[in-house]
Design a protein. Structure first.
Length: 378
């Protein structure tokens, strides 16, 4: 539970006669948002759909030099590297996700990569009795009680759901860790809020400013923007920022969500974005069907019929799986399947897209102290 020092409220005269929120209301909303944003999303028995965009900074001089180098040879070794760089120069990497959530320990997330060569999708399922992962070429079955294989500990992938959904539900406020929220001042002008998170003893060179709008009807605030500053002897220098666009209420889920959350680098270059695509309640029977592991002959409830080149069954041994599939010998036991690299790559792509944005707002310049992170993800 986060303990906030009472927010100092400054009432600024406004021409319009608008009922301003009280100090207690602003402080209560702010404390609740901080606490909820650092916990696993409270929504249960729900399917959530969202899109992740990751923008890339491409050195155009390097790109042109690589083009000239590759043009000299028909089958140049850097041809694949050039294609990746050209894709980055054209626009963001886009990942579409669907998540089915029972709670923090039971969930499924499907990732569809719209522009990643060599991999179309990656599905991860975690539960107390069975966990499994799938790409277009490999299925892996795991018994959580018996332990996860070292190279695919799905129990540590909770952030793939928690990070983006929390940022949509709470407008990116989790980018300000509890260790920095030692004192805040707020200015209220009508229904417009400006909340300054002042430098704390742990991070004396950092501060943040939240601009928000208070909605009297719903009795809460809605974040518009979070700006981060580096504090120097000459004053405060703007660093990174988060911009929130559009808020909508989801009455059936009892929550509000942002339509989009954009992340900007210190030079005000767009780094990434999250977009809310939809959410709905699901029945327990639907969740059970969605997370049920497909067999060699059965269809996946979401993807339908899939033919894997390799099936790794770790349920008896988390180190040496029983391997079967189209291109393997049924019953063979090996230390690690060669195709497991594809799953690692898929998980890595998902992680890098998010972690890239998380690093920007949580690690850059030691801005953030993760010691109070409640999700248990390292």
């Amino acid at each position: 539970m986060r303990d906030l020092i009472p927010v100092a409220i400054v009432l600024v005269a406004s021409g319009a006669c608008i009922a301003r929120p009280s100090e207690t209301e602003v402080q209560g909303w702010l404390a609740t948002e901080f606490e909820n944003a650092l916990a696993f999303p409270s929504i249960q028995l729900v399917e959530v759909q969202y899109t992740i965009e990751k923008y890339h900074v491409v050195d155009l001089v390097e790109l042109e030099a690589l083009r000239k180098d590759v043009a000299t040879t028909l089958d140049h070794a850097k041809k694949f590297q050039l294609s990746l760089l050209e894709k980055k120069a054209k626009g963001p990497s886009i990942e579409s996700r669907r998540a089915w959530i029972m709670d923090e320990y039971r969930w499924r997330v499907n990732s569809d990569f719209l522009d990643q060569p060599g991999i179309a999708f990656s599905d991860l399922v975690v539960g107390p009795d069975i966990a499994w992962s799938s790409t277009q070429t490999e299925l892996a079955l795991i018994n959580p009680e018996g332990g996860y294989p070292p190279d695919r500990d799905l129990s540590r992938a909770t952030f793939l759901i928690a990070e983006p959904i929390s940022r949509l539900l709470y407008g990116g406020i989790d980018a300000i860790p509890s260790s920095e929220v030692d004192f805040a001042t707020s200015t209220i002008q009508g229904n417009d809020l400006t909340i300054s998170i002042l430098p704390s003893p742990r991070s004396p060179s950092r501060r943040a400013t939240i601009t928000a709008r208070w909605d009297e009807g719903s009795g809460r605030g809605f974040i518009n923007e979070i700006k981060f500053f580096s504090v120097t002897g000459d004053g405060s220098i703007p660093s990174s920022r988060i911009v929130v666009e559009g808020w909508r209420q989801l009455p059936e889920l009892g929550v509000w969500t942002a339509e989009s959350v954009h992340f900007f680098r210190p030079a005000d270059t767009l780094d990434g974005a999250l977009h809310f695509d939809g959410a709905e309640r699901i029945e327990p029977a639907v969740f059970a069907k969605v997370v049920a592991p497909p067999g060699e002959t059965s269809e996946d409830a979401v993807r339908g019929k899939l033919v894997w080149s390799t099936i790794n069954d770790y349920r008896r041994d988390p180190i040496s799986p029983k391997v079967s599939g189209v291109n393997s010998v049924p019953g063979a036991v090996i230390a690690k399947s060669s195709t497991s690299k594809l799953m690692q790559y898929a998980l890595g792509i998902s992680a890098l897209v998010l972690v890239g944005m998380v690093i920007l707002f949580r690690v850059r310049g030691k801005m953030f102290d993760q010691s109070n992170q409640k999700r248990g993800v390292t």
